[in-house]
Design a protein around this ligand. Structure first.
Ligand SMILES: [Zn+2]
Length: 286
């Protein structure tokens, strides 16, 4: 791996510094106080009884580069967010949905999965973290199941940085390998970062179609984080999860209420953005 000739090297060196800086005790108290007021947290358990079927959710239009450099870092430390995070070149990945364009900032993994589906966890969960020009955050999650070795991700998973001091750069990576081939069905709700400061107002889109990795690839990641790097599930507190997965949801509304449900989801995001405005800071990982 070339670790010396790319501008990503500087970025890869900076990001661990942001994470290791952590929060002061005053900040920690501030976060504790804020958490007591928070009600719309992530991850959640997505079950038929808390999910509503909407036949046509806003389309997800991904425009991902098939050839981007990728800075790969281990953000681990004993006390703060731990994961392996990959940062593509700026502008290498965009998502357009509901007329809004989002830029792929980074992707990372959790073990076991943070979100549960029908109360079940999978070995890993991938988070594609997007931001917009207003610094709002949208995360596309994908469950990872056991299967064949994932060739596209193998350059990362066969060379996982063992410590925060082992960043490396992949000179070429196909971001499309992170997306489903065709099935874009999903579960959507408004939640939060799953790492400090747990800021709310994060739009979550969990794709129904899972990624597959071999048990060897999963074990390589779990070996880095033997106690896991997942947050426990949080109460829904009245939130609605919307899905376009046929026959998953118990609740199937009348057609005239679809628009109201979608508008309601937008309203939740708007409200939580205002509530969490003071909590968001650069370097959060979701
Ligand atoms: Zn995450």
């Amino acid at each position: 791996m070339n670790t010396s000739l790319s501008p990503f090297h500087c970025l890869a060196s900076l990001i661990p510094a942001i994470f290791l800086f952590g929060a002061s005790s005053a900040q920690a108290n501030f976060i504790d106080d804020k958490l007591e007021q928070m009600e719309l947290q992530s991850p959640i358990d997505i079950r038929p009884d808390n999910t509503t079927y909407v036949p046509q959710l806003p389309r997800l239009e991904f425009d991902f580069s098939s050839d981007t450099a990728l800075a790969v870092i281990n953000t681990g430390s004993p006390d703060h967010e731990k994961s392996v995070m990959a940062t593509p070149a700026s502008g290498a990945g965009t998502l357009t949905t509901s007329g809004e364009k989002w830029d792929l900032a980074q992707f990372h993994f959790h073990t076991p999965s943070e979100h549960r589906l029908n109360s079940e966890q999978t070995p890993l969960e991938m988070h594609l973290v997007f931001t917009d020009t207003d610094e709002d955050v949208l995360v596309v999650g994908r469950w990872v199941n056991y299967g064949a070795a994932n060739a596209a991700l193998d350059p990362i998973f066969s060379n996982l940085p063992q410590t925060v001091n082992d960043p490396f750069v992949l000179n070429s990576f196909d971001l499309n390998s992170l997306l489903p081939a065709s099935n874009m069905q999903s579960f959507r709700y408004s939640g939060s970062f799953t790492t400090e400061p747990y800021a709310e107002g994060v739009s979550w889109i969990n794709l129904a179609d899972p990624l597959y990795m071999s048990s060897g690839q999963v074990q390589a990641f779990q070996k880095l984080f033997p106690e896991g790097d997942s947050r426990s599930v949080q109460p829904l507190n009245g939130r609605v999860v919307l899905t376009d997965v046929p026959e998953f949801a118990t609740a199937v509304p009348e057609p005239q209420t679809y628009a109201m449900l979608l508008a309601g989801l937008g309203l939740i995001v708007l409200v939580t953005r205002q509530r969490s405005a003071n909590l968001r800071f650069a370097g959060s990982a979701a």
